[in-house]
Ligand binder design. Structure first.
Ligand code: ATP
Length: 248
């Protein structure tokens, strides 16, 4: 059953608009021309089984995989830009596996993230912001990232993304391998970052229950195509979604 999204007012330009996006690994097409959009300041989640194309969608948005189709961010075409230019416009990717530099300290990891930033004046402000969200990282500022707990490493990965001064965060499996309590804590902080700093989020998450608690809008991917979309509440009440993703 297709659950249609309610129409937004014509004035609300999407922050991210994707139209006919394809992605390729070598000669293999992993995304078959998907289209969707994200509002400014919202939280959207992609649901789908293993191999559906969720990670590939995030990679395609930030130019980390060969892609075709239209992607625009805040009205600007980014479908042909290099990853570093997309990042500079305000799109920060928190990859699967976190991507922290394990041999560097917490402070060095955070500073490295800011090297490409043009608005240097805001770096100190954003560092303070990171420490208000993640005071534990402040306590461990000199510690080598590889010696942090899994939860702290995920906090560091999100913090590195925050240090880019993003308007959109692409989050890939932030709960992966973490204990439920720490996952709760991290998701709570993600909501605060969204609400207080106005950072929009596109979340990929195996734990669909958590994803639907956090997100307001949902797209379901199956083998490289979007097969359903709706609000999180609509999805929670959809029998097919409940059976396939929520386990009841
Ligand atoms: P998962 O939850 O398992 O990460 P996913 O929905 O994120 O699943 P993707 O990782 O985006 O799925 O994979 C989509 C398709 O692309 C799959 O068929 C996968 O085998 C293929 N694929 C992903 N990464 C690569 C790669 N580096 N090289 C070749 N094929 C890949």
């Amino acid at each position: 059953m297709q659950v249609e999204l309610q129409e937004r007012p014509a004035t609300a330009r999407p922050l991210l608009a994707i139209d006919g996006l394809k992605a390729f690994y070598g000669g293999t097409e992993a995304l078959h021309g998907i289209s969707f959009s994200l509002p400014t300041g919202g939280i959207t989640t992609l649901l789908g089984a293993n191999g559906a194309g969720k990670t590939t969608t995030l990679r395609a948005i930030c130019g980390m995989v060969r892609r075709e189709g239209e992607v625009s961010f805040d009205g600007q075409a980014i479908g042909r830009l290099a990853t570093e230019d997309i990042v500079r416009l305000g799109v920060a990717h928190v990859p699967e596996g976190r991507g922290t530099f394990t041999g560097l300290s917490v402070e060095e990891n955070l500073k490295i993230a800011t090297y490409g930033r043009r608005d240097r004046a805001h770096v100190k402000r954003d560092l303070d912001l990171v420490f208000t969200y993640f005071p534990r990282l402040k306590e461990r500022i000199a510690q080598q990232a590889g010696t942090l707990s899994g939860g702290e490493q995920q906090m560091l990965a999100i913090s590195r993304a925050l240090m880019l001064g993003p308007r959109l965060m692409l989050l890939d499996e932030p709960s992966f391998g973490l204990a439920p309590l720490i996952v709760r804590e991290i998701f709570h902080i993600m909501r605060r970052i969204n609400e207080e700093a106005g950072v929009a989020m596109l979340l990929v998450e195996q734990n669909a229950t958590l994803a639907l608690e956090l997100a307001d809008t949902v797209y379901v991917l199956e083998t490289g195509s979007i097969v359903m979309s709706g609000t999180a509440d609509e999805m929670k009440n959809n029998e097919g979604i409940r059976r396939s993703y929520l386990g009841y």
